[in-house]
Ligand binder design. Structure first.
Ligand code: CO
Length: 285
């Protein structure tokens, strides 16, 4: 057993996104531009409607996947192809934007807590211009594993014999939401070919003798096992791993391609009203 240590500790910082929504960003910052195949991690969380009510009005994406996990609240997703999705507490949406999607993500509440994550996962060159697709699941569809002092929601990939609901063939993404009671320990095998990170969003934890506070992201170093222990007030974190793509990343706002020419093409297509080239399919329940 080779325990993964912390290669880099990244405190998230507040940025304003969409039409004025406050988020904590960790991946996709000057300190951590990306972590192949992950391009961005935003943690939104507020009980002040002024900080989320404006939502994310219509905007484009091309070349990657957005993975949204709602912890609390209710957002409605609509896209330019007539797809509509409801994201409620505990639910997830995997949207392969690929060749192009124009969508909006708007709050369906005027008060109360709105909390969750949006993770951007890159696509390999061969999939960047493929047809868009959605996988969307409500909280009830997501398997949960109970261990000693731990509750784990398996969103993607596996934990023991339990397999998550999202299929992500290109980068084999694994995505776990782990809640630990005070002092509880969680040990999990992690493929040593995959990049991985932990992001703490409640309480605090200790990983390989280093302290992880709320809003801290830990990039894990090489190894085949992660071992983490909750602090005195417990901990809740996401553990995400994926197979690196190893290709050049050229990003400009909502477009992530391999070359500058492909980015120029994305802008040209968007301006000509031709960003959306294929209708997305939707699966899930
Ligand atoms: Co979006």
């Amino acid at each position: 057993m080779n325990l993964r240590r912390i290669r880099q500790l990244v405190p998230a910082y507040e940025v304003t996104e969409g039409a004025g929504v406050t988020v904590h960003r960790s991946i996709g910052t000057p300190a951590l531009r990306n972590l192949d195949p992950f391009l961005m991690l935003d943690h939104f969380g507020s009980d002040n409607p002024d900080e989320y009510i404006a939502g994310f009005p219509e905007h484009p994406h091309r070349g990657f996947i957005t993975f949204t996990y709602m912890l609390d609240g209710h957002m409605e997703h609509r896209d330019s192809m007539g797809n509509r999705g409801d994201l409620k507490a505990g639910g997830i949406q995997w949207m392969k934007a690929a060749s192009g999607v124009i969508h909006s993500e708007m709050p369906q509440q005027t008060n109360g807590l709105m909390r969750g994550f949006q993770l951007w996962i890159n696509l390999p060159a061969r999939d960047k211009m493929s047809a868009p697709a959605y996988q969307e699941f409500s909280a009830a569809a997501i398997p949960e594993v109970r261990l000693d002092g731990a509750r784990v929601r398996v969103l993607a990939g596996e934990l023991g014999d339990t397999r998550g609901v999202i299929e992500d063939p290109a980068t084999d993404v694994r995505y776990l939401d782990v809640s630990l009671q005070a002092g509880a320990r969680f040990s999990v095998p992690l493929s040593d070919t995959h990049n991985a990170f932990v992001y703490v969003f409640e309480g605090g934890a200790r990983l390989a003798d280093e302290v992880l506070a709320t809003h801290n992201l830990a990039v894990l170093g090489p190894g085949d096992t992660m071992d983490i222990e909750a602090g005195s007030s417990g901990a809740r974190f996401i553990l995400v791993a994926g197979r690196p793509i190893g290709e050049p990343v050229v990003q400009y706002g909502p477009f992530v391609m391999n070359t500058r020419d492909e980015i120029k093409q994305a802008f040209a297509d968007y301006e000509a009203g031709q960003l959306v080239q294929a209708r997305a399919t939707m699966t899930g329940h």
